[in-house]
Write a new protein. Sequence first.
Length: 518
Amino acid sequence: MKTSLSFTPPAELESECLCVAVVDEGEGEKNSPKLLAGEDKVTSAASDLIASGEVTGKIFETVMLHAPRGLKAKRLLMIGGGKSKNFSAYELRKVAGTAIRFLKPKGIKSLAFVAPPNWRGAADQSAHSTLVAEREGPADAVRSIVEGAFVGDFDPDTYKSDRKDLSMHEFTVVAPRQSGNSLEPALQAGRIIGESQNFTRSLVNEPGNRMTPTNLAGQAREMVEQLRVPHLTCEVLDGEAIRELKMGAFWSVAQGSDEPPALILLRYNPPGAPEKPVLGLVGKGITFDSGGISIKPSDGMEKMKYDMAGGAAMLGAMRAIALLQPKVKVISIVCASENMPSGHAQKPGDVQIAMSGKSIEIINTDAEGRLVLADGLHYARQLGCTHLIDAATLTGACVVALGMINAGVFANDEEMFERFSRALKRAGEKMWRLPLDDEYREMIRSGIADIVNSGGRYGGAVTAAMFLKEFVDKTPWIHLDIAGVAWMEENKSWIAKGPSGIAVRSIVEFVRGFETLN
Ligand code: BES
Ligand code: MN
Ligand code: ZN
């Protein structure tokens, strides 16, 4: 999708379709729709529709008008943004995605989206939300619109033989001229981040027979080669190297599968970056999780092809980081393996020695994500990472706790958590903090080894995080449990059913937040 900026007044712009957000300025029941076009000509083109009450501003409502009076565009699409006082970049992204997904099936190939004028973001959001609005400028609006448009443009129907190419060809953001020269970089950032999120989604979408650990490593290599960004390198460690590094926890998961594992190591080392920090991004890359000997029920097992979504998020984030070029060192480690039952699979009761030297009693072979991450996190520290983030489809318990709206976020350091919260707001992703109190530690005590790999039924998301905490020691660390949000169970107006690409945007914003401003 080609993206560009236009400073032409919306009414003068020739386009297949001009898209405008509509917010409801009414209080309570009565609604009072307002078109965010900054131009009376656009509002008067829609005056009959507004008078009829068909345009309310209700969130994601779509009303299309052909041959709008007084406008050069062939169509005018009005998309509801909800209550005016709640309208922030979070909604704006989804409004842009809704525009794309509404127009795509109609075969429309180009559209112009009007950036809301005088953009400040929302005045207030739910006090209970981690997305409490920051005041934002027009550049944030442009970035958000473009991100949302790319997210909307993605469809997962790759293997349908009658697949039609419905993708959007041209996306123009219409902005007022006086909004300054920060808009072009914002547009480019939005494109890079949106495309990278879709790269992640395309990896997660692939079935387990195709997306093996070897293939995931190949995709990472290819991505790095294609970007041709100096200072981004990719190295892949094979099973032998994993054993030689004494990654006993990672290897214990891989040993049951005929597919060889891969440790994917990406380094972004830009010139001029300070020695510290070195940010470490560690991802769970289980390309299929059968549960191993503690095998999963067959019902829904097919979904476990998305158990590499954390790893894929890190690859997408690294892609965006390499293109955005912040002056900060980043290392990414993706631990890729299958989790399979076989004659050489590990068994409940086995004891494994992790790379850190800690002994682990395996009481459930289905708690495999924490095993591969234990060694991934330890290795990241050994490579010099001063700050760590991991992302993983780690526990069903996190889905039970938070449903499919918020990911779980855990932190062992308040400053790190503050930084990450700011990144979440900029990225418009929802995550909710869960605890890591020392008292939970006893739930993973073992009679024979240092720890067990499963804390049982209660507080499962927390005990999984407590397990990981054993391997990060004092390093400031964020753990993201994305099990409930990595896969959309239904189509939404702004995003297709299937892989969501969650965490890519937040991680990119987190890394950008470290950039030294000089
Ligand atoms: N990959 C699963 C977690 C998962 C569940 C991801 C649902 C996406 C949707 C993970 O490896 C797993 O099996 N976790 C177990 C842990 C338990 C055995 C301690 C779980 O959550 O049941
Ligand atoms: Mn599992
Ligand atoms: Zn798993």
